[in-house]
Design a protein around this ligand. Structure first.
Ligand code: 3HC
Length: 283
């Protein structure tokens, strides 16, 4: 059993917390205030109840898993965590500041992992006294379903930290792991995001309808979702942040976010989580 701390109970943080409590860990999720903590708990409970209704987990196991979940609004409660996985929004300054705080609170042996989608790990570790304990552990959405975890080592990450999180993700959580170097987007998002923003550009230009773009990729290439539906699933704010980060890293036009993507995020159309994106999800 790992004493795991998860920072942020949004889509990714809640998913990570869920699979960890289901794997037997003691999980503490940090949120910014009580309302956000309550929302995170509700998100995790809803997903576990869905697993119960699909007979993927028994009601007893679900109850025991939820008993291993705690939420807090105080970072000082992370003092006893052996592993912390940060799943804050993709705002570099926010992550850097948070890791500096974690550095002071956690034991020097604790591993500090980030679920960043695209920001180089060494930049997040900038204000950590011993950056050898900072490592990238990147999950995919929906976390309970997608098998992959990317493990990213910065130039300073220790082999021990890499080995610990690889064993945790692979042997304990049952995920498939791959290793990536410390470059914006790592392996998957460096390939996926240009494809998603290209699809948005195609739609924006009026060249094809959103339905035809999605139908094309589902039926022509066997993808489980078309790129506009997938963008709505990932969250348009996340797609925008990752595209910005990739553009910042490589300065190549095909990473640049199209104006339509920016306008949708500015309008609050974030995809499934906000009820509206390229499609409507109001239920
Ligand atoms: N939580 C838990 N389980 C879920 C779920 C969720 N949010 N969404 C779907 N599922 C489960 C369902 O319960 C179902 O399980 P079952 O087959 O055992 O009954 C199974 O997944 C299939 O779901 P559905 O039948 O409802 O729907 P689909 O067949 O369309 O599958 C999907 C849904 C698994 C999400 C599939 O469409 C898919 O694989 N889409 C692509 C997702 C993807 O590419 N993710 C990566 C995004 S990139 C990323 O996350 C990186 C980030 O940094 C940007």
């Amino acid at each position: 059993m790992t004493q795991l701390g998860v920072v942020g109970g949004g889509t990714m943080g809640a998913g990570i917390a869920e699979i960890a409590i289901r794997a037997g860990d003691d999980v503490l999720v940090l949120e910014r205030d009580q309302a956000a903590a309550d929302a995170a708990r509700a998100r995790i409970e809803k997903s576990i109840n869905r697993a119960v209704s699909k007979s993927k987990i028994s009601a007893d196991d679900a109850e025991q898993a939820l008993a291993r979940l705690s939420l807090t609004t105080s970072v000082s409660d992370f003092a006893d965590r052996e592993l912390v996985i940060e799943a804050l929004p993709e705002i570099e300054a926010l992550k850097v500041g948070f890791f500096a705080e974690l550095d002071k609170i956690t034991a020097p042996t604790a591993i500090l992992a980030t679920n960043t989608s695209s920001i180089p790990i060494i930049r997040i570790a900038k204000d950590v006294a011993d950056p050898s304990r900072v490592v990238g552990v990147h999950f995919f959405n929906p976390v309970p379903v997608m098998p992959l975890v990317e493990i990213i080592s910065s130039l300073a990450t220790s082999p021990e930290a890499v080995a610990t999180v690889t064993e945790y993700a692979r042997d304990h959580l049952g995920k498939k792991t791959i290793q990536a170097g410390d470059r914006g987007g790592f392996v998957v998002n460096a390939l996926l995001i240009p494809y998603l923003v290209d699809a948005i550009r195609m739609y924006e230009s009026g060249y094809a309808t959103k339905e035809d773009i999605d139908t094309g990729m589902v039926n022509g290439c066997g993808h489980p979702m078309g790129p506009l539906t997938l963008s709505d699933t990932v969250g348009l704010d996340v797609v925008l942040d990752v595209a910005e980060s990739l553009y910042d890293e490589f300065r190549q036009p095909h990473y640049a976010p199209p104006p339509l993507l920016r306008r949708m995020v500015e309008a609050g159309y974030l995809g499934k989580k906000s009820g509206k994106g390229f499609y409507d999800y109001a239920s």
